[in-house]
Write a protein that binds this ligand. Structure first.
Ligand code: GZL
Length: 309
């Protein structure tokens, strides 16, 4: 039978490839690079036509990209919102254009849950709790009466920064030995993480016992600052961070980082599958949480060969 007869009988259809507009935060960290690679690879494998826009960590660039996807009448819009607030207007425009929106990685803080179809990403509060729980267990085994903590926070106003701060504070609350003496944003980058850690060291020097970094990139920047100050990262200053990128495993194997809490960027395959279901009108869960673990330095060498990002 020719294609025409099959098509006529509805058996074959030259399925027009699904067109997805994706607005990415930027390229600020190893995590982000791996996240972008996962999305592009998964689109290629799924036969999805991907229109990809990098916002260089600026919300106005994401709004512009979403508006352009609407104008191009894409089948579905997906994005990782750089900050939690300020999305209602542009998401209402997408809803009016009847284009479904999928959130990945970071959430938006909106009362109107009809503005997006589903959110695929990690539970950042739980990641913060896991970091705090590791420190509570570590503190119980050390002789010091007091452990002063400095905190390198993620991008101001972003869901991971707000939630990782919250989860960590919750996990260490009531522990008389643990005290956060300074918190400041390092914007999730190595460069800024190093710069802010230099300022922390100038202000507190040897009185710093612990660094809690909201991502591995800032921790790696801070490690450089700690070494340049003549101190031993991972020993003089215990370091806890989040993401689980290869650079963190290398730092743990070198004895410079004590633990990393996994935050998987490999959301591409799930995103393409959910996008296909959404466009096909199938019901999808409002919230899809990524499975993740915790990797202390003791397991780093064994786990390193398994790491995919
Ligand atoms: C977390 C993601 C964060 C990573 C950082 O899902 O949004 O942004 O933890 C990245 O490395 O910059």
């Amino acid at each position: 039978a020719t294609f025409a007869t099959l098509a006529a009988s509805g058996v074959a259809s030259a399925a027009k490839p699904l067109v997805m507009g994706f607005s990415q935060v930027g390229a600020e960290s190893e995590w982000r690079t791996a996240n972008t690679r996962s999305i592009k690879d998964a689109a290629r494998q799924a036969g999805v036509k991907l229109k990809f826009a990098d916002a260089q960590q600026k919300q106005e660039n994401q709004v512009k990209a979403i508006r352009s996807f609407i104008a191009q009448r894409v089948d579905v819009i997906a994005f990782s919102p750089v900050v939690e607030s300020g999305w209602e207007t542009v998401l209402r425009e997408a809803r009016n254009a009847k284009i479904p929106v999928i959130l990945t990685d970071r959430a938006v803080n909106t009362a109107d849950k009809t503005l997006y179809t589903t959110f695929i990403g990690s539970d950042f509060v739980e990641e913060g709790r896991r970091a705090g729980r590791w420190l509570v267990a570590h503190a119980a085994k050390t002789p010091e009466r007091k452990l002063n903590i400095v905190e390198l926070q993620g991008t101001v106003g972003s869901a991971p920064a707000l939630d990782r701060q919250k989860g960590f504070a919750e996990a260490i609350a009531g522990n008389a030995k643990l005290k956060i003496v300074r918190s400041q944003t390092g914007d999730f980058t190595r460069a800024k993480g190093k710069e802010v850690m230099e300022a922390f060291l100038k202000a507190h020097g040897k009185a710093i016992n612990v660094l809690y970094a909201h991502n591995d990139d800032m921790a790696i920047g801070a490690i450089q600052a700690i070494e340049e100050a003549g101190l031993k990262p991972g020993k003089d200053i215990v370091i806890i961070s989040i993401d689980g990128v290869k650079g963190a495993f290398e730092a743990m194997i070198a004895g410079k980082l004590n633990v990393t809490v996994e935050c998987s960027p490999l959301l591409g395959p799930q995103l393409m599958q959910v996008a296909r279901d959404v466009v096909a009108g199938k019901p999808v869960p409002k919230r899809i949480v990524t499975e993740e673990g915790v990797f202390p330095a003791e397991v780093a060498a064994k786990e390193y060969p398994n790491r995919k990002y």
